[in-house]
Design a binder for this molecule. Structure first.
Ligand code: SF4
Length: 316
């Protein structure tokens, strides 16, 4: 039986699937006021056909379908500014003449990597980039722009479920209502068998973006535009928990650590149903990026308008 098929775990949905299916059924009722926004990680292309993804998800009951790439762009901008303002060659192990400077920065976009640093290498916590992940950034943006929608996140791993559960608004309420893995969504699609909805194949996103390579190992640093701030050799890219353990034990003299917990990056996430080898998964991401480059965004471009007043910082 194929992983991701409706019968793989028997016919019963798991808890998050049940919550999502109940929201979807509610949204499809006649005159329903329930509005749902699906927010997907760009690695969805490993498990889903990007050409009919949006119509299919709308047929399932989502009113809006967005992807994280705009959130990734915002994170990149904050990383760029932070490194520019805080990097100094002379900052030794975080003890510089001016505390504002440091000579190491560790990306914090992956919740499993953040936990690894916090639990096994607490001496490195001070180097974690003090900004939310693209998922959390995008959730804040979606909430601001579609305040009446419930937000559902489609993820390549369960680590994102824990991160989503901890993302709260000013009233201590969850911003992301349900987080669900690709494999779980594939089961729902197989079981509910939605008809693709007529209409645009485009995401209801805010920006068509180069950050579609984010789920690949090295995708972050390749889109950071840090030329003039960092030399090519200042960046180290690592993926897979064994490699990260080795890296964090030695902490070589590099400035920016672009690190992801899964082998190959998020395309190797445990919530992905596909068993295709990594090189095929990477090809799918590049094919999608190249396809998306040709799409126009109907003039809906701009950053400030959608993010004004939002705080993307965080502490560890
Ligand atoms: S690298 Fe793995 S654990 Fe980290 S966010 Fe991506 S899929 Fe999740």
């Amino acid at each position: 039986m194929e992983y991701g098929s409706p019968d793989f775990f028997g016919f019963a949905y798991a808890e998050d699937q049940k919550r999502l299916v109940s929201l979807l059924r509610e949204s499809k009722k006649k005159n329903s006021k329930r509005k749902l926004c699906l927010m997907t990680a760009p690695s969805f292309v490993v498990d889903f056909d990007f050409v009919d993804f949006v119509p299919k998800m709308k047929g399932l009951g989502f009113d809006k379908v967005t992807e994280l790439t705009f959130g990734a762009k915002i994170v990149n901008q904050h990383y760029h500014k932070h490194i520019k303002e805080h990097f100094s060659d002379y900052a030794m192990n975080g003890r510089s003449i001016d505390k504002k400077f440091q000579n190491k920065f560790i990306s914090s976009v992956c919740p499993a990597t953040v936990e690894l640093v916090k639990n096994r290498h607490p001496e490195l916590v001070k180097y974690l980039m003090p900004f939310v992940s693209p998922m959390s950034a995008m959730a804040k943006i979606v909430k601001k722009n579609f305040p009446n929608h419930k937000i559902i996140f489609l993820a390549p791993c369960s680590a994102k479920k824990f991160e989503a559960a901890r993302l709260l608004d000013g009233k201590n309420k969850r911003i992301i209502d349900v987080a669900i893995t690709f494999a779980e969504m594939k089961q729902i699609v197989a079981k509910e068998n939605p008809k693709a909805k007529n209409g645009s194949r485009k995401f209801d996103s805010f920006y068509n973006d180069y950050t579609k390579v984010y789920p690949l190992s090295g995708g972050l640093s390749s889109t950071l535009h840090c030329k003039g701030i960092l030399h090519k050799n200042d960046v180290i890219v690592r993926d897979g928990c064994t490699e990260l353990e080795k890296l964090f034990s030695k902490t070589p003299e590099r400035v920016f650590y672009d690190v992801l917990f899964c082998k190959g990056g998020c395309v190797g996430g445990p919530g992905i149903a596909s068993r295709a080898p990594l090189f095929i998964r990477k090809q799918r991401v590049f094919k999608y990026r190249n396809f998306a480059k040709k799409e126009k965004m109907d003039g809906k471009q701009g950053v400030d308008k959608y993010t004004k007043g939002l705080d993307f910082s965080r502490e560890f």
